[in-house]
Design a protein around this ligand. Structure first.
Ligand code: BJW
Ligand code: ZN
Length: 260
């Protein structure tokens, strides 16, 4: 494998999952510590569960919304945002619904599974801010309804639902075309999202995985860091930044070192 030579034009995709937000205090779905006391995330994140038990599903998202709203991006989010300053075409593709990447300053972010900051009517599609629907004073209230009578739901993608129009396609194109794929804090089990790792690897990207545990797609990684994202990413980004600066220095010395 040739040494990766970096230039600001190098195409980098950062693919993230719940683990990147774990150190912000947000629970993951799977893996060590990935548990909600009263909810089984995988059975609740479906349209069928919402049809059957709208209040239970709504309450789970309402409590997660409050958790997300009251949390801050962590060192991993910040390191990823900093990397974009060196590589302007860097794209973050996230499965997370928390908007932590945007809040930490990343500008190019694709959300594969929607976000928890908006809600929409399951009948007419009207969208409103989640904040306007959170009634913390009455926990016994039914899940909120739209003026049309439909039920409001979070604007996230549940199992069996299509990803937002065009978003996966854009992510797939970027993954197929990147030189470096950084995979951070995902169990790589939910598709089509996890397929991005396969796509990037098939097309010759250098794949770097940052995850406390191995995943079913770890064998595709050229390098795996089995550690916390908030520890690994700041160090990794600093190393990449140093290398960029050294390369720039060497080029300048090559160009201007001799007499004309
Ligand atoms: C750390 C750490 C630290 C912790 N540092 N690391 C192909 C094969 C098989 C099945 C399918 C297939 N294609 C589609 C399917 C079906 C299904 C699916 O994938 N099922 C699998 C479970 C088998 N997919 C779908 O249904 C998708 N839709 C679809 O395919 O539509 C097709 C269609 C076509 C036409 C018409 C209609 C439909 C939709 C998937 C939606 C997923 N939704 C959720 C919920 C979102 C809302 C919410 O947040 O509640 O998305 S499920 C949940 O899983 C959430 C996540 O984004 C997603 C992935 O989880 P993630 O991010 O990887 O988190 P974890 O918890 O699993 O992992 C955390 C990792 O971090 C762990 O590995 C830890 O070790 C690590 N970690 N702390 C570093 N500090
Ligand atoms: Zn409506």
């Amino acid at each position: 494998m040739p040494t990766a030579s970096f230039a600001p034009s190098t195409r980098i995709v950062v693919f993230t999952g719940a683990g990147v937000s774990a150190e912000s205090g947000l629970a993951t779905f799977r893996g060590v510590g990935g548990l909600w006391a009263d909810f089984d995330p995988v059975t609740l994140a479906t349209p069928e569960a919402f049809a059957r038990e709208p209040k239970r599903v709504w309450d789970w998202y309402a409590s997660r919304y409050v958790g997300v709203r009251d949390s801050e991006p962590n060192a991993a989010h910040r390191a990823i945002a900093r990397l974009e300053a060196s590589f302007p075409s860097l794209l973050v593709v996230t499965q997370n619904i928390d908007r932590m990447h945007q809040r930490s300053g990343s500008r190019r972010v694709l959300e594969l599974h929607g976000n928890i900051w908006t809600a929409r009517c399951n009948a007419c599609g009207r969208e409103v801010d989640m904040a306007s629907l959170i009634d913390l004073t009455d926990p016994t209230a039914d899940s909120p309804r739209c003026g049309c009578g439909g039920r409001m739901r979070p604007s996230v993608v549940w199992f069996g639902e299509r990803l937002p129009m065009g978003v996966f396609e854009e992510a797939a194109e970027a993954a197929s075309d990147c030189r470096l794929l950084l995979v951070v804090g995902t169990s790589a089990t939910v598709y089509p999202a996890a397929g991005l790792i396969e796509l990037a690897a098939q097309n010759g990207a250098f794949v770097v995985e940052v995850n406390r545990e191995a995943t079913p797609l770890s064998h595709l990684a050229d390098r795996s860091y089995r550690d916390l994202a908030g520890d690994v990413l700041p160090r990794l980004v600093t190393r990449i930044e140093r290398r960029l600066a050294e390369d720039r220095e060497a080029q300048l010395r090559d160009l201007f070192g001799d007499e004309p």
